[in-house]
Design a protein around this ligand. Sequence first.
Ligand code: NDP
Length: 444
Amino acid sequence: MSYCQKVLALVKKTSPHEPEFLQAVTEVLTSLEPVAAENPQYEKMGLLERFVEPERQIMFRVPWLADNGEVRVNRGYRIQFSSAIGPYKGGLRFHPSVYLGIIKFLGFEQILKNSLTGLPIGGGKGGSDFDPKGKSDNEVMKFCQSFMTELFRHVGGDLDVPAGDIGVGGREIGFLYGQYKRIKNVSEGVLTGKGLTYGGSLVRTEATGYGLVYFLEEMLASKGHEIKGKKVTISGSGNVAIYAAHKITQLGGTVVAMSDSNGFVYNPDGLNIEMVQIGKEIGRKRIKECFLSSTGTKFNEDCTNIWSIKCDIALPSATENELNQKDAEMLFGNGCIAVAEGANMPCTPEAIEVFLKNKVLYGPAKAANAGGVATSAIEMQQNSMRTFWTFDEVDTRLKDIMVNIYRKSAEAAKRYGFEGNLVVGANIAGFLKVADAMMAQGIV
Ligand code: NDP
């Protein structure tokens, strides 16, 4: 049995009830076979056993008072997975589906994603099973304050710097930051995604969506395609989806479908993205409600059907395992030429197989959606320097980083005999830096 397979068997034994984590580890360890074979010293140093085990897992109680006077209790998490190349970095997710296995898979993916950015950031992730949907601003504030009242002792500008993710946007980051500052009595860049008036960076809001499209552009260019004139389906209508849609439209593409967990909207002539943005970001509306006044736009109440819409490009940007084998076959059958993941692990392993087998260009999440965390690291740089860069300065850096990630991943795939397979390429390119850092730092 190969070293990678031995470690995989170990993870299956120790984490049997964490299917998302197992899915992520299986993909990564399978990709790393040629690297492990070339580096027998890894096994001697127990490198992969250490790589798949979080440095620290924190779980805590989050009690808060609802507007009706009832006491509510949620569970909070922060997993500090790897500090091999820098302070822990990764978002916070507030969603009822959150449990330890989800945070572990996201934290594990984050290690390689952060490494791919080329910036000195380690991997971490956190969150809670709290659902901000349907809560008043006051309730969200109370929850965030209680969450930070425990989290503050585990994070810090040079230690662990959380950001947003599903259910955690500018409003939540503001409440979390306010409470941290109040307890610690310091102004430091302990969170990213902050508002522009208190240490945030321009482009951070747009970064994951824009970065996704910059990556897509590079991937398409490798086969002589461009975004202009293409029809694009984007699942989700949150932070990532909205700004991906924005950039696609700016570059001459047409967004034909978008969704939320209640359904999807569809217009073959193109959706009005501003209506989604205003409705979602300001009105906190459901996607259907954003288009009540639009005649050409149809609504389907099964969000999983979105992949049946004919398109040239698909950008799954809602959540994990939202696009399965059948969806992948439908997309390919309808002429889709490229898929880039805005969400984390949105395509099932069987769906990825369909794309790779049929030569559909496929950009895996840890490469394609790394623009958010890259810009978070740029926010950290500005906070440390006590400075503020212009939109163009940050956007140019973001674009360079995304182009580099594409090239590094494509080159690593080719060097190890998997030309065109960006799954293997991104896993290997991200891993090599982390492995070198771990080897240099001894058995820790
Ligand atoms: P948001 O909370 O802003 O938006 C999430 C969107 O996805 C909403 O439209 C939501 O619909 C939909 N969604 C969530 N869960 C489900 C589900 N189970 N079924 C169908 N739709 C669902 O989150 P983000 O846009 O920030 O994050 C989206 C994805 O991108 C996640 O996988 C996240 O990990 C990843 N990501 C985000 C980054 C960021 O910078 N924000 C960075 C890198 C990755 P509804 O409102 O109905 O729940």
